[in-house]
Design a binder for this molecule. Structure first.
Ligand code: PXP
Length: 252
């Protein structure tokens, strides 16, 4: 079975827009698990634009499936991961000015620091996944550095237009990368930019173990839940108006 790991970062994005307490990514994670998610993914960014340290701490207590922490390999993040002990750490490149993770990690040039970080995380009992482009050199370097998993960056596939030659080339690149990663003994995961339109084909990648999907699920949740949310508020107001009509002062 291909595991679905749901990324709840954008629940926190909405909360942080108001610096409020809702919507809560911890509640969303629990609902995702009840709905069949096999894991919960969060990215604790250096600028803390969505997920906060406390979210990860609480998720560590509440997640019943698998907690996957995406992070850059700064000293601060390594210390945090070792303290929190997520089940998996996915190492991602991070640029402060980017809207979302823009490309895979450069594992070939990453060298000794990355190897040391992977070793430290693995020694502390975590699986370590590297988010990389579907490139043979990146796959081979990931294995040499000791990664247990790779997460193939599906962005270029996701952004290629359907029925376009580029789409089939992007898929073939992912397929080649998946075969090589499996041959080298690493677990094959994939994610980024996956939607209700383009996930079907990705499920046909060889040796695929996990998909990480966030934005599209959160977007759909907002749309399919919007009518219900408005109806509930309308009913609440209707109820109060009814009470007023019955002689209620409306101050209760
Ligand atoms: N995988 C990684 C490494 C990511 O950084 C992200 C985005 O946070 C995702 C998967 C999920 O991407 P999306 O939100 O486009 O589904």
């Amino acid at each position: 079975m291909i595991a679905l790991h749901v990324n709840v970062d954008h629940i926190a994005t909405v909360r942080q827009a108001r610096r409020a307490s809702e919507p809560d990514p911890v509640t969303a994670a629990a609902l995702a698990e009840v709905a069949g998610a096999n894991g919960i993914t969060v990215h604790l960014r250096e600028d803390r634009r969505h997920i906060q340290d406390r979210d990860v701490r609480v998720l560590r207590e509440t997640v019943q499936t698998v907690l996957n922490l995406e992070m850059a390999t700064t000293a601060e993040m390594l210390k945090f991961a070792i303290e929190i002990q997520p089940d998996v750490v996915t190492i991602v490149p991070e640029k402060r000015e980017e809207v979302t993770t823009e490309g895979g990690l450069d594992v070939v040039c990453g060298g000794d620091d990355l190897k040391k970080a992977i070793g430290e995380l693995r020694d502390n009992g975590m699986r370590v996944s590297l988010f990389i482009d579907p490139d043979m050199e990146q796959i081979q370097s990931s294995a040499k550095l000791g990664a247990t998993d790779i997460e193939l960056h599906t962005g270029p596939y996701a952004h290629a237009k359907e029925s376009n030659k580029i789409l089939s080339q992007a898929f073939q690149k992912l397929e080649g990368a998946a075969l090589e990663a499996h041959r080298l003994g690493m677990q094959v995961n994939a994610g980024h930019g996956l939607t209700y339109q383009n996930t079907q084909q990705i499920c046909h990648l060889s040796h695929l173990s996990e998909l990480n999907i966030g934005h599209s699920i959160v977007s759909r949740a907002v749309v399919v839940g919007f009518g219900l949310a408005v109806r509930e508020m309308r009913e609440l107001i209707n109820h109060q108006e009814l009470n007023l009509g019955c002689g209620d002062s409306g101050t209760s």
